[in-house]
Design a protein around this ligand. Sequence first.
Ligand code: ATP
Ligand code: MG
Length: 511
Amino acid sequence: MNENSTILRMRDITKTFGAVRALDGVSISVTRGSVHAICGENGAGKSTLMKVLSGVYPHGSFDGTIEFEDKEVEYRSINDSERDGIVIIHQELALSPYLSIAENIFLGNENAKRGVINWHETNLEAVKLLARVGLQENPATPVLELGVGKQQLVEIAKALSKRVKLLILDEPTAALNDEDSAHLLDLLRHLRDQGITSIIISHKLKEIRKIADTVTIIRDGATIESFEMTEPDATEARIIRSMVGRPLDNLFPPREPDIGEEYFRVENWNAYHPVDTARKVVDDASFSVRAGEIVGFAGLMGAGRTELAMSIFGRSYGRNISGKVFKQGKEIQTRTVEEAIRNGIAYATEDRKKYGLNLIGDITVNVSAAALGRLARLGVIDRNREYVTADRYREQMNIKAPSVASVVGKLSGGNQQKVVLSKWMFTGPDVLILDEPTRGIDVGAKYEIYGIINQLAAAGKAVIVISSELPELLGLADRIYTISQGRISGEVTRADATQELLMHYMTADKD
Ligand SMILES: Nc1ncnc2c1ncn2[C@@H]1O[C@H](COP(=O)(O)OP(=O)(O)OP(=O)(O)O)[C@@H](O)[C@H]1O
Ligand SMILES: [Mg+2]
């Protein structure tokens, strides 16, 4: 086999959904045994291109040709492409939470023996596959007990069981912490050494620098350029320029903080695990936010940041919750989501599929969902105002959709995230808690979202940003709390904050 042969050629791919032209003549060519990155703004067409390749959109539903291993292919389903060794791991993971690791790996797998499944053999095989991805778990463990990082590895183990030749990963590290991401990138390198080609879609340009051999940039459904990462001018700035269509000098908009009195305070907050009720997940947390201040929450995955925020926001997480919440010095109650919203608190969730959105509803319905009271006159919802409001957010947040009547489930991942943010902005909160607000968002759109966060602060609101991206917190926040094992383990002002110092507090052990 020729070392540097081309394993995949997609030529002039055009794909439309009604009036939406998602892909407009995209071409891409991937070298065997390489890691090939695809970059582009939210809605550029990256996921669609990979769905065309893998047969999610069958032959005949798009224009253009696909050549895999030097032969033209016409996949009619995912099974067709998997038979050739093309396996796609989607933006949203697709494992069955209640089934075991082994079951997830082998169920519905064409390579398993038809009919009866020999579970003894299957478990042995699973252990071998798990070893290949560096996962030491019992194959009988239900997937729901694994964190996202490990679930991702199970997906890859499943791909390996299908004798994958071309592995496609759509934003695999979006939900992973640094450690899990590094592990995953190592694994891709390792697979590359075994001759497995990968295509990776990611908005994390640092990661692309580290892992990719080649990068292809698409914008508005068309290929802008492809280049080798070994070229001297293969820089992040070049990728950004090609993605956005213009250079982006600053990743954060300028801001003059205007910080007032203490506005929001939480005292001695505790919460226990909803199922394992003896386990304390939030441990005596106290913190405050001043008017006009942007406060960051840093912590490792599982440190309890989301649990802290959700238990405050209408007790939507946890049991036996105790503690006090104050707004402008007055104690307020946040016992239900409605009560929290009424008291001016909003929490924009990191998990847009589970809690954030109605995927079969349109943009209008989603934006207004949490604040219908603001649109009602004498109990009747003013549909015209609802429409106008949603349209204003579409423009402000630059949501890529033909109109606000577009169904949210059909928007690209990043654009769905923008709808979640719009929805919570529209409740007109005084205290806004944003949980991973830029996950899956492209660099240009991040800048816009930071601008909106700055505006909220400038209007005297209290803003809390939970983020796993330390550079994001360093660029955005006036002050950062670190959380470790459910406790507030440190507090650092913007002037003193460095990644090293934050990491030090984030990994602080109890006692
Ligand atoms: N099933 C569908 N019906 C209608 N429009 C769609 C459908 N799937 C995708 N689109 C549209 O096609 C365009 C490209 O979407 P795609 O999901 O490929 O973007 P992406 O590059 O993966 O973006 P992101 O970085 O946000 O994930 C978007 O405008 C999207 O709204
Ligand atoms: Mg996508």
